[in-house]
Design a protein around this ligand. Structure first.
Ligand SMILES: [Zn+2]
Length: 323
């Protein structure tokens, strides 16, 4: 079955982040709705551009790296003696199927389920690649159910962008990742929870915990306590449903408070090429705290006070936009 999932994507895209932290989601392309050729005229994938790469993160944890060409996020796999739990359903069955094939090639334990970090299409539309339960918080399940009820024709999708129900940013990515959506099957999570849920994998028990935040109020983090691996999804990123995109001080601080219970040795974000170790993760969180303080105390002068630190300046900018 998996062999049929190795499609070749005739796509290319470049929305690279200036800071290497993930896609710069503020980039706007030249009117992809009224000029689809702006999307399809781009060069195809080439051998020079690597696909998602399989990485062994720790003894129990594997990762499929993100691919910004179609905004594919990180996929994760946590294994115990009783099975493997997949983190996020991915952008398409092709995406998740390719990761599942890599896991099978390494004789990982049978896949027991898929845990979603939030409802956004790139994290949930690939679940149909595997015939296993999808686990998510109730808000995420509701968000996926909304998407599953939509018409995914080009015309309907373009209309939703005009109506503000879909991000213009996502339109070219969806078209490229899922060029034929005539039989798109979006799997609504069957196992749901309100705040937290545990998945017993035998010699380790994985915790799914709702943390919310500005990016998506349904955001859940996924914690493997033995190797101390934390999948953050997109929880720490800005809200994309605004022009400009933004963070709020209240939302950021509440999120940071909910994350204090975790002390990861491996912190894995949804669209980051790199995995943060304990020190890098602490630095990431303290930068968010610092940006909140600067904006609260200095308002517009916070940009100048952030100095030459490009990441801090960027975060301050998001928080100023969210006041
Ligand atoms: Zn997202």
């Amino acid at each position: 079955m998996l062999g049929s999932l190795f499609g070749v994507l005739g796509v290319d895209d470049s929305s690279s982040a200036p800071d290497g932290r993930g896609p710069d989601r503020t980039i706007r392309r030249a009117d992809p709705i009224n000029d689809p050729s702006a999307v399809f005229a781009q060069p195809s994938y080439t051998a020079a551009m690597p696909d998602c790469r399989f990485e062994e993160v720790s003894a129990r944890v594997d990762r499929f790296t993100p691919d910004e060409r179609t905004d594919r996020p990180v996929l994760g796999a946590i294994r115990g003696t009783a099975g493997t739990l997949i983190v996020d359903g991915g952008a398409s069955p092709t995406h998740l199927g390719a990761f599942a094939a890599e896991l099978a090639a390494r004789d990982r334990p049978p896949i027991a389920g898929i845990a979603l970090t939030h409802w956004h299409w790139d994290h949930s539309f690939g679940s149909a690649a595997l015939d296993v339960p999808v686990i998510a918080c109730e808000k995420t399940a509701a968000g996926v159910a909304t998407q599953a009820a939509y018409d995914w024709s080009d015309a309907a999708l373009e209309q939703r962008v005009r109506d503000g129900l879909e991000l213009e940013f996502s339109l070219p990515h969806i078209r490229k990742e899922l060029p034929d959506r005539s039989d798109l099957r979006i799997v609504v999570p069957q196992v749901t929870f309100a705040e937290s849920h545990r998945v017993d994998l035998g010699d380790t028990t994985v915790e799914l915990r709702w943390v919310g935040g500005d990016h998506a109020d349904d955001s859940v983090v996924i914690w493997e306590p033995e190797d101390r691996a934390l999948f953050l999804g997109d929880a720490l990123y800005q809200c994309l449903w605004g022009d400009p995109v933004f963070l709020t001080i209240t939302g950021t601080r509440a999120l940071l408070e909910r994350l204090t219970r975790f002390d990861p040795a491996y912190a894995i974000e949804g669209h980051d090429e790199n995995i943060a170790d304990a020190a890098a993760y602490a630095s990431r969180l303290s930068e968010l705290h610092a940006a909140c303080r600067l904006v609260e105390e200095l308002g517009d002068d916070a940009v100048a006070a952030a100095g030459q630190d490009a990441d801090l300046v960027e975060t301050v900018g998001y928080l100023l936009a969210g006041r």
